[in-house]
Ligand binder design. Structure first.
Ligand SMILES: *Cc1c(COP(=O)(O)O)cnc(C)c1O
Length: 388
């Protein structure tokens, strides 16, 4: 069989490691293999790379280097933020506020904390996926210790009004955490402008390696570790540091910062073109979420009378790689909790397709993918019992 061109449009699931990132990482797998805790020159070399990386990641967030803790990724950062804050501050209260559209890393932490005696309010969102400030304000109680609202949603790309939420949280003296895994490196994520006390990020969503991430923790924030050991990372995250991964994350953060404005403009153009073409070519199709407060590369289509899974598999067979809902839930058959929270009916959720654009994508690919989607929908509608 001849080599088929593969088009990758699933950048919210993961991104390829940028060549510059790989290049920066390579020496730390070979000659610069030291343990950052060692006192000899191998150790010092690793320690220096670690602290330089901390400065670079802090730079992307407008934070101080000592406010960055390296972790194994977005999931661990979310766990450390939620469990760390809750367990350390429970004398002040046991109430936490989050939203119904969070990533499972947040929702499952909340379920665990509920078992530990915490109470969690899961805020509803509008049909565009937005948290309303009035709804949040009325959920705040005297025993609320933490608010966790994601910056941008991984399925529908909705960007939350974090600045406003930040002002409210500061006014009420409540810690604010944000899962910014989907937004870091793509849109501005200055922790002071956003007004957040904690922010989770993950390298593999921004052209860095898998298995490494960070948690920003504002100076003075009280939290406890969830992993005990040798006391690395200011005692908040024990375990020998993944220097190669951390160096990769730092390089990815630098690249994200440098390319952000041009990539935002380019991806927005590709995204809007793809939306326009698909809505034009496919009857009874729509966009989930909002086109206003949306990540530059995100599209989430709804199609009547078809299954997203069938579309995905057909598209894969013609070299187009996309997703239904989110990668984390696509092996389950339940409808997406995000789309349900936006008010879609379960059958409407099943006909959804998430397309997330990134650095490699071109306008030519957008045109090809629009055609491919139209062909796929037509094919399955043709054989669908529901028909038209
Ligand atoms: C991918 C993702 C995570 C998990 O990050 P990992 O590094 O894969 O553990 C958390 N939150 C959001 C919004 C994500 O998209």
């Amino acid at each position: 069989m001849s080599e088929m061109k593969r088009i990758y449009m699933d950048h919210s699931a993961t991104t390829p490691v940028a060549p510059e990132v790989l290049e920066a990482m390579m020496p730390y797998f070979s000659e610069k293999f030291g343990n950052a805790s060692s006192l000899h020159s191998f150790g010092l070399e690793a320690k220096e790379a670690l602290e330089e990386s901390r400065e670079k990641v802090a730079g992307l967030l407008g934070a101080k280097p000592e406010e960055i803790i390296f972790t194994s990724g977005g999931t661990e950062s979310d766990n450390l933020a939620l469990k760390g804050i809750a367990r350390k501050n429970q004398k002040s209260g046991k109430h936490i506020i989050t939203t119904r559209v969070e990533h499972p890393a947040i929702l499952e932490c909340c379920r665990r904390l509920e078992k530990e005696g915490f109470e969690v309010t899961y805020l509803p969102v509008t049909n565009e996926g937005l948290v309303e400030i009035a709804t949040l304000e009325s959920a705040i109680r005297s025993d609320t210790i933490l608010i966790s609202v994601m910056h941008a949603n991984n399925e529908v790309g909705t960007i939350q009004p974090l600045e406003e939420i930040g002002r409210l949280a500061a006014e009420k003296d409540i810690y604010l955490h944000t899962d910014a895994v989907q937004s870091v490196g793509k849109i501005p994520t200055d922790v002071n402008k956003l007004g957040v006390d904690l922010l989770s990020l993950s390298a593999h969503k921004l052209y860095g390696p898998k298995g490494v991430g960070a948690l920003y923790i504002r100076k003075g924030t009280r939290l406890e570790s969830i992993i005990q050991g040798g006391g690395h990372e200011r005692g908040l995250r024990s375990g020998t540091e993944n220097i190669a991964g951390i160096v990769g994350l730092a390089r990815a953060a630098e690249l994200g910062r440098e390319t952000m404005s041009t990539e935002t403009e380019r991806l927005t153009r590709l995204r809007d073109r793809l939306a326009e073409l698909v809505l034009l070519k496919v009857k009874e199709s729509w966009i989930n979420g909002t086109m206003k407060m949306r990540l530059p590369g995100n599209l989430n289509f709804g199609f009547k009378y078809v299954e997203g899974e069938s579309l995905l598999l057909f598209l894969d067979s013609i070299g187009i790689n996309v997703s239904t809902g989110s990668a984390c839930s696509s092996h389950k058959l339940e409808p997406s909790h995000v789309l349900l929270s936006l008010g879609l009916k379960p059958e409407e959720c099943h006909g959804s397709l998430r397309i997330t654009l990134g650095r490699s994508n071109t306008m030519e690919e957008v045109d090809y993918v629009a055609l491919g989607i139209a062909k796929a929908v037509e094919r399955f509608r043709g054989i669908s019992a529901l028909g038209r």
